[in-house]
Design a protein around this ligand. Structure first.
Ligand code: HEM
Length: 603
């Protein structure tokens, strides 16, 4: 019980659970349930307390009270056994993350690379069709960013708020509907000239709107059921969710109009007026606000960054929302009226964006090494914010660029700004946060895993190369010849990262241990409904008793990992024609006489 005597904020959860398995019930009250596999998440007590918003002293006091009370420990064991069966909400992030990775490596980045080569070889950004570009854009925004946000939120937010995820089955429906919606909408855009494109796109849009509505409603319900107060980070999160739903509706309408356009002038007019506000809503509204919300809540816990005072955070949210509203509103007003003064006024929201973001990011001092947390994920997050401010600076520099280059509307320059924020800021944040969260949820210490230098270098290098080369095309067409390589660097970086995380999630290779389910603490007696694998995991020495009663297959590791996890002792006896009572007696006798070879030989 050493871990209990010296329990403090540095004590690791797996260490504590080894000393006092019943302590899990205390943590379950604060949203641990199902996280971290058999040994619990690879994090310290202090980190858990801060990430889940629990007072550390209170947590330690509850653990000590439990350790000293035999009756409470018995009840906790019973509770853990009753809760042992895995539930849908325990690892709900997985299908979302896996789907997001699949989308980014196929219809997202791979398709983007092809487009980039087409643009490069054709020597013009208009060398690809608007619909082809939009198919890529949609897959990235809804598939890569949207699915990642949904998976993260379903897993983390109810736990942050210490409530159960309402209607977990609905999350699976939302996952299916989102995937189907993305596939239908992006395919319709790729085959925009086909007769079926319009109805398929509309059906896909409806599915996405329903999925996002269900997701938003579940988050709202979870929050309302909790006792969490409406703190600034919650404001950021719900503002991002409101933008998520709005963009689903607006985006479906906008692409619908593009698919209906009878001629090129109509098509270009719709794009010129309505596409930029859509992108603002998606990139700054959904992704940026969500990253700030999650950052305000989690970065102090996982990276040791200072808490941002509530007034300052509210001010930041207010400024960012005003900036977003003005950016979209002024642009639409300018396009609909043709009044150039309105276009010039866009400088105001472009100035407000770095001011609002700076209120939060400057006190974090990300230019200095982070106080805690693994550099494995910290470097992605730090550089991501650098990219955010690079994209803001590029926006503010736009009028100067226009004057210097003499180009009224530089597609290359706009595209470079967007790439800096979508790949540099959003994608690097996703990559860094997932590198931290996924192993932790699988019970593996992120610090013991590869540092992910290659994905870090390749994605950053690709992004820098793309931004510079894309702007370079305004000055020298030679840049077109090399621009395609930038996409290949980014794709390779993302593929290495995704391959690594999939292996961690699925418990492959050296990450196998994470595949072992959490069977809870060992009971005093084995019962007929206990799973075969659970009995063997609690008492490995029972293998001989199983073999002696005709269950020789338990010696085969593959069956131990598969069938034995599903089949209870009662079911196994039925399959083998063994009397369950006799068998259970033999098992429990062996349990009672563990480590006592003399007694065992007597029986
Ligand atoms: C990973 C490598 C990527 C490559 C090779 C790539 C490539 C491209 C290309 C060639 C275009 C059209 C040309 C242009 O407008 O600049 C484009 C547009 C776009 N990309 Fe990407 N992209 C990548 C990543 C991303 C990511 C991660 C996102 C979002 C998170 C994203 C979102 C978009 C959007 C929304 C557009 C359409 C912009 C518009 O409204 O015109 N891209 N991308």
């Amino acid at each position: 019980m050493n871990a209990l005597n010296s329990i403090n904020s540095e004590t690791s959860l797996p260490e504590l659970f080894r000393a006092l398995p019943e302590a899990r019930t205390v943590f379950n009250r604060y949203g641990l349930r199902g996280c971290g596999g058999a040994h619990g998440p690879a994090e310290s007590l202090g980190l858990f307390a801060s990430a889940h918003g629990v007072a550390l002293d209170e947590l330690i006091a509850q653990i000590r009270r439990l350790a000293d009370n035999q009756q409470a420990r018995r009840e906790a064991r019973e509770q853990l056994r009753a809760d042992a069966a895995p539930r849908l909400a325990d690892a709900i992030y997985r299908p979302f993350f896996l789907a997001a990775m699949t989308v980014v490596l196929t219809a997202g980045a791979a398709w983007g690379v092809l487009l980039l080569w087409k643009i490069g070889l054709g020597g013009s950004f208009t060398g690809v069709s608007v619909h082809e570009v939009n198919a890529h854009g949609h897959a990235q925004i809804m598939g890569w960013v949207g699915l990642f946000i949904m998976g993260f939120a379903y897993q983390a937010f109810p736990r942050m708020w210490q409530v159960e995820l309402p209607a977990p089955g609905l999350a699976v429906v939302a996952w299916l509907a989102t995937l189907a919606g993305i596939t239908m909408r992006s395919t319709a855009m790729m085959f925009a000239d086909s007769g079926w494109a319009l109805p398929v796109h509309q059906a896909g849009g409806v599915l996405e709107i329903l999925a996002v509505s269900a997701f938003g409603a579940q988050m709202l319900c979870a929050f309302r059921r909790s006792e969490e107060s409406f703190k600034p980070y919650v404001g950021f999160i719900f503002a991002a969710l409101a933008c998520f739903l709005t963009q689903a509706v607006y985006g479906t309408w906008h692409i619908d109009q593009l698919l209906r356009a009878d001629n090129r002038p109509d098509l270009l007019a719709q794009i010129a007026t309505f596409q930029a506000p859509l992108r603002d809503l998606q990139v700054q509204g959904v992704a940026m606000l969500m990253i700030f919300g999650v950052g305000l809540r989690m970065f102090p816990a996982i990276f040791g960054l200072p808490e941002i005072p509530a007034r300052r955070s509210w001010a930041a949210l207010g400024i960012l929302l005003v900036a977003l509203g003005l950016e979209m509103g002024l642009f639409l007003a300018y396009r609909l009226t043709g009044n150039h003064a309105l276009a010039a006024a866009l400088l105001l929201p472009w100035l407000l964006l770095p001011i609002g973001a700076g209120l939060i990011v400057v006190p974090w001092r990300l230019w200095r090494p982070l106080p805690v947390g693994s550099e494995r994920s910290a470097k992605f997050v730090r550089v991501a914010f650098l990219w955010l401010f690079i994209s803001f600076a590029m926006l503010l520099f736009l009028p100067v660029y226009r004057m210097v280059s003499g180009i009224e509307f530089s597609h290359a320059y706009y595209g470079a700004i967007r790439h800096a924020i979508t790949v540099g800021f959003i994608s690097l944040t996703i990559v860094g946060m997932a590198a931290k969260v996924v192993p932790t949820l699988c019970g593996i210490e992120p610090e013991k895993l590869p540092r992910l230098y290659w994905p870090f270098i390749l994605i950053n290098l690709g992004c820098l190369f793309r931004v510079v080369a894309q702007i370079g095309t305004d000055w020298d067409p030679a840049f077109f010849k090399v621009i395609g390589f930038s996409g290949m660097l980014e794709w390779t970086g993302l593929a290495i990262w995704a391959g690594h995380l999939v292996r961690v999630m699925l418990g492959r290779g050296r990450y196998r241990q994470s595949a072992e389910p959490d069977w809870g603490p060992a009971p005093e007696r084995i019962g007929p409904d206990d799973k075969v694998a659970a009995a063997l995991s609690w008492f490995p020495e029972l293998e001989e008793v199983f073999v002696a009663h005709g269950f020789g297959l338990v010696k085969r590791p593959v069956l131990r990992r598969t069938v034995a996890r599903q089949v209870s002792i009662r079911q196994g006896c039925r399959m083998k024609g063994v009397d369950p009572e006799t068998f259970l007696r033999a098992l429990n006798r062996a349990v009672e006489h563990r480590g006592c070879s003399d007694c065992c030989s007597e029986h």
